[in-house]
Design a protein around this ligand. Sequence first.
Ligand SMILES: *[C@@H]1O[C@H](CO)[C@@H](O)[C@H](O)[C@H]1NC(C)=O
Ligand SMILES: *[C@@H]1O[C@H](CO)[C@@H](O)[C@H](O)[C@H]1NC(C)=O
Length: 286
Amino acid sequence: MRGYIHHISTVEVVGDLSENDPRRPRGAWSKPALLLSIIVAELAKSESERLDWIFWFDADTIVMNPHTPLEIFLPSESIAELSNVHLLMPSNWDGLNSGAFAMRVHPWSVSLLSAVLAYPVYLPRKLEKERFRDQSAFQWLLQARDSPLTKLGMGGRENWVEVPMRWFNSLPINNAFSRGWDWIFNHNMTDELFDKGTDEVYDDGNGKKIQPWKIMQGDMVLHCAGASNVRDSWMEGWLRRAESYLPEWSNATKREDLKIEVENFWSNIIRFTKRLLKVKGLSITI
Ligand SMILES: *[C@@H]1O[C@H](CO)[C@@H](O)[C@H](O)[C@H]1NC(C)=O
Ligand SMILES: *[C@@H]1O[C@H](CO)[C@@H](O)[C@H](O)[C@H]1NC(C)=O
């Protein structure tokens, strides 16, 4: 897409210490390991030669709108207040979602990824109880009160930001559960389930309220998260749609709206951070 450098990986690079459940592939733990290796290699280059940011996309993501430049989402280099922000991670009803996120080539990222990678080794009991793997590690490290990261400064919040799902991690569904707590992602795709990317939503019995993570026409990336047993059935239709480059999906004009939305988002973050610093009486000048 758009001439970006791609690193595509199909190998599992971690051992039994990280994942000892033979039913679970090690891909989830290979992810922080691979990212770590790329970021460390970039940091070893001179500043003018290295990449600034890396976007991670899980294998169950599809680019729906190739006209959206990745740079559009990043905090502007010219805004000093945002120079400490090194991670953009979307969140939904399950909390942070590590299926698609952006990370700055920075020593902070190396430390965070090392901690994620160490998580299954240091906290295997916790992991057994948790539903997600690397995602649970990110969630705990970035958000839990007893995490070593949140004990620092502003609870670590100065270094990462929760961003809207629809920036680069839209979901193919409005609600994951239907009214009877049926997990919709367990069903094969049907015409009715195949979201149109408009305000018209699948009648799941929960009303028609549009959720902020549901894909809309012109969104950049779809993430078929959750559909593990029937993933092919979900991805097939969406892949076909992506490859058709329909004007309402592959929409170059969309980025103008997005640019304004993203600028407003960052302005609000700066305002919020300044207020937080004041409340905490911290003397960090941003
Ligand atoms: C989904 O479709 C496949 C292929 O037609 C079928 O084998 C499978 O049993 C279906 N799964 C569900 C959950 O309906
Ligand atoms: C493309 O996006 C713009 C801006 O959101 C919108 O006004 C326009 O209708 C879209 N084009 C199509 C063909 O949907």
